[in-house]
Design a protein around this ligand. Structure first.
Ligand code: GDP
Length: 199
């Protein structure tokens, strides 16, 4: 399916620019530099569907990609968070855009919260998970760049993430271990995304 059509649709810096809610959406979020663009590219088998986030102007936008012909579902690249020195106004704008999208988007089927395997959950990820819980949006936690740490350290991060995820009663999240670079966990995650999208 992913090997069929995957097209960039639009960027929405404000919610009035969202596409019509006519197909399911699967959204991807995470701290900046978590490996979100690489993961989207690995899942879709495209080199440059999501450009790696060196383009600062894109950081505050929701980017929509359509999958299938006719469109079966959309992938939504959410703005990265956790910039070390982001001005308060920028963080507030991010929070408002994300919260409003999460609360109002009936077609949003699942969110994928990306977390760097080397770092584990950070407070900004916890804030994101809280916003998802409050909006009653189910999510998966995706550990990225798993090739970058030792298996024993990875096991610890998985256990810690699982232990914390259990506290979220609203939606018990699945945890995926991935490496876009090595292709690890990608087929499983792709199957999960397709299932979440109902296709
Ligand atoms: P984004 O800012 O979340 O979109 O992150 P990118 O996809 O641009 O990745 C940030 C950096 O991490 C880049 O230098 C990538 O090459 C690197 N990276 C992303 N995924 C992986 C991975 O699975 N393994 C390794 N070793 N590096 C990765």
């Amino acid at each position: 399916l992913f090997s069929g059509r995957v097209d960039f649709l639009l960027s929405a810096p404000q919610l009035k620019f969202l596409p019509d809610p006519d197909v399911p959406e699967i959204a991807f979020c995470g701290r900046s530099n978590v490996g979100k663009s690489s993961l989207l590219n690995a899942l879709t088998g495209r080199r440059a569907i999501a450009r790696t986030s060196v383009t600062p102007g894109r950081t505050q936008e929701l980017n929509f990609f359509e999958v299938g012909e006719p469109t079966l579902f959309r992938l939504v690249d959410m703005p990265g968070y956790g910039f070390a020195k982001a001005p308060v106004a920028v963080v507030e704008k991010w929070r408002k855009l994300v919260r409003t999208y999460l609360r109002g988007r009936q077609v949003l089927a699942r969110n994928l919260v990306l977390v760097d395997s080397r770092h584990g959950l950070k407070d900004v990820d916890r804030e994101m998970m809280k916003m998802l819980d409050e909006a009653a949006v189910g999510y998966r936690v995706v550990l990225t760049k798993a090739d970058k740490i030792k298996a024993s350290d990875l096991a610890k991060v998985v256990a810690a993430t699982e232990a914390e995820a259990k506290k979220h009663v609203a939606a018990y999240p699945h945890i995926h271990v991935t490496s876009s670079e090595k292709g690890m966990g990608i087929d499983e995650l792709r199957a999960a995304v397709l299932s979440d999208a109902g296709v």
